[in-house]
Write a protein that binds this ligand. Sequence first.
Ligand SMILES: Nc1nc2c(ncn2[C@@H]2O[C@H](COP(=O)(O)OP(=O)(O)OP(=O)(O)O)[C@@H](O)[C@H]2O)c(=O)[nH]1
Ligand SMILES: [Mg+2]
Length: 387
Amino acid sequence: MARLSPRGIADQVMSKINNEYDNLASLNIMVLGKTGVGKSTLINRIFEEKMVEAGTGKPVTNSIVKVEQEGIPLVLYDTPGLELTGANDFEALSKQITKLIHEYFNDKIVGNEIHCILYCVSTASHRFEGAESDFLRGILDKTKEYNVPVIIVLTQSFSRSDAEEMKQVIEAENLPISAIIPVLADEYEFDEDIIIPPYGIDTLTEKMADILPDSIRNTFIALESANLALKTKRARVAVTTATITAAATGVLPIPIADSSIVIPDQIAMLVGISIAFGLRIDKETSSIISGTINAIGPTVFGKNLKYSLFKIIPGIGLVMSGTTIASVTYALGETYIKVLTGIYTGEIKKEEMETPETKKLISDMFMREMSSSAVKAKEVSNGGNAQ
Ligand SMILES: Nc1nc2c(ncn2[C@@H]2O[C@H](COP(=O)(O)OP(=O)(O)OP(=O)(O)O)[C@@H](O)[C@H]2O)c(=O)[nH]1
Ligand SMILES: [Mg+2]
């Protein structure tokens, strides 16, 4: 086993994140709706990158612009500033969309297909017209061979009861869509005393993850920054996989001088978790990874665990059993998820990874995970389920 410093492990994880990120299939989403309904606000809320700003898109038809950013596997088709006032406008847009969808699905280059359409209707506008209904039905009918899922997003749902009413009106149209989801993307200041907090984005992102094809789901989870539960769930899959593999490893000799117990499966696990949390290749990511390993290394090799993780086998020396490796793997994965969650929620500061306080926090987390992980690792490797 190669000797690896925490920095060396971080470097390995980083270069693999890089590869993995480059290999993520591009997520292609179409965001439709009249001007001012909140399409850009919604997208910026889901992806928390300033993806959609005036003038950044490249026109692909009269009304549709393509928005993308170097190095991000996301392509958005947006309809900014669209005055859809009557059946003629809808008819014209329908033609453009239908044509595009056919083109993209029949393109020789794989990966251009539209994966999902978000059709935005403003609850605050109190209007869902017959023309909109015909428009959606028409598009879905003319592209039905591709099964592009459509979610109607009720944007600007300042009033939940209005949103519910609007939902019922649209439901009565019996459109072949995947869902109707009320959303308030940004908090709304009703007056000085009443601020309505955002809601519905978790429901929407969960639905999106659900309807996207398997190959695209990972991209979506990596890119979305609005739903921590989605990220955690995906990250736990990586922990489960690595724990199962570790449990099957059998005994592993540990060079005593080597303060690293990180083996390829664990590196893959750290990569999987990092991707789910959307970590990018930068100095901060490196310090998060090496900080985590730094904080828990002494715990694994120090004497402060209640039981020894090692056995001595004559002729081989110090070994770790498969079960122990599984426990350490599980605890490492869970701890890393907790660290990233802490960073996500702001409870842990990226810049403070190496402070004694953060180190202690992480090492305590790891100790807690270790004390329960022997049991959990066993459950995971038996049942294949980390929850
Ligand atoms: N408070 C609050 N304001 C919102 C929300 N959604 C949209 N708005 C406001 O509504 C206005 C229009 O929102 P945009 O996101 O620009 O709408 P759009 O659909 O992208 O408009 P076009 O690009 O012109 O087609 C902006 O002033 C937003 O701040 C929301 O969820 N909460
Ligand atoms: Mg816009």
